[in-house]
Design a protein around this ligand. Structure first.
Ligand SMILES: Cc1cc2nc3c(=O)[nH]c(=O)nc-3n(C[C@H](O)[C@H](O)[C@H](O)COP(=O)(O)O)c2cc1C
Length: 272
């Protein structure tokens, strides 16, 4: 996340260690190629919420570093966690993932011409079934990024309580919070969030200084702590970030079972 106060250190270290890909979101990674130096091992993939952001990043990278993005992830407003949209844009059909994807694909084509290399586009945010994957592949993406559907797998390292929050929640329990870091975020609304909204949480001492944009002096809680608590299962002291489709989870399966299911659903959609 570009907004992390140790973003530069993390990027440098990942590149030194020969990491395959850096997916970089939560801000525009305008100087990311500066950390590459001589390395050719690490691919750089910005996560964007608009064609404009994709164009801006590519222009800067080409001008300053003679380097084009190796792919783009387009993350739409149905994703989980922090969202790169204003609150009023989240339900606006002008910002639907299908529309954003088409716009970013044509922007990526323009950049491909200048960079003389292919720039795959990956869609993310609300993709839940194999049928959804098929739909986006038909729209021209090279791949999809999925989070919510994989939370309720055995392999996911969140606590059982976190996964149960997904299985037990209803559609109407999933909502948008105003995060202390200055962005809206999608989460499962629980007692903790209701307490924050009712003004029952007190300002706290910032333990990490982790996010550059965090308004920690007036924020009623620490988002990093709340998310880590939820991951560990302390749901009274935090909350679960979740995509729009989290309520559809019914049980915990293995990743292998899930992938087989996704392939079946994809194949069924493809032969329709
Ligand atoms: C529990 C959870 C935590 C997430 N945390 C982050 C994060 O820290 N940084 C980030 O860039 N995206 C984060 N995301 C967004 C995902 O990377 C992903 O793009 C998005 O949720 C995809 O949509 P889906 O969840 O509907 O599949 C998170 C998503 C979930 C569900």
């Amino acid at each position: 996340m570009v907004a992390l106060s140790n973003f530069a250190d993390m990027a440098k270290t990942a590149i030194e260690e020969g990491i395959d890909i850096i997916f970089s979101g939560a801000g525009l990674p305008l100087n990311l190629p500066s950390f590459l130096k001589e390395s050719k091992d690490t691919k750089l993939v910005p996560i964007v919420s608009s064609a404009r952001a994709a164009g801006l990043i590519a222009k800067r990278w080409l001008e300053k570093y003679k380097y084009a993005p190796d792919a783009f992830v387009v993350e739409g407003p149905m994703a989980g966690g922090h969202l790169g949209f204003k609150s009023e844009q989240i339900e606006d059909t002008d910002y639907k993932l299908e529309k954003l994807v088409s716009e970013v694909i044509s922007e990526a084509k323009n950049i491909e011409d200048k960079a003389a290399k292919p720039i795959p586009v990956i869609a993310a945010g609300g993709i839940y079934t194999g049928e959804d994957i098929y739909k986006f592949i038909q729209l021209g993406v090279s791949g999809v990024q999925m989070a919510t559907r994989f939370v309720t797998t055995e392999e996911c390292d969140a606590s059982l309580e976190f996964k149960k929050a997904y299985i037990d929640c209803r559609k109407e329990d999933i909502g948008i919070i105003k995060s202390p870091v200055g962005m809206p975020g999608r989460a499962i609304i629980n007692e903790f969030i209701n307490d924050v909204n009712a003004g029952n949480k007190k300002p706290y001492k910032c333990p990490y200084h982790c996010i550059v944009t965090c308004d920690y002096e007036s924020s009623p809680y620490c988002i990093a702590l709340a998310l880590v608590n939820a991951k560990k299962g302390k749901m009274h002291n935090g909350f679960a970030f979740a995509g729009e489709n989290a309520y559809r989870a019914e049980n915990i399966v293995t990743v292998k079972e899930l992938v087989i299911r996704l392939i079946e659903e994809y194949d069924a959609a493809a032969t329709d």
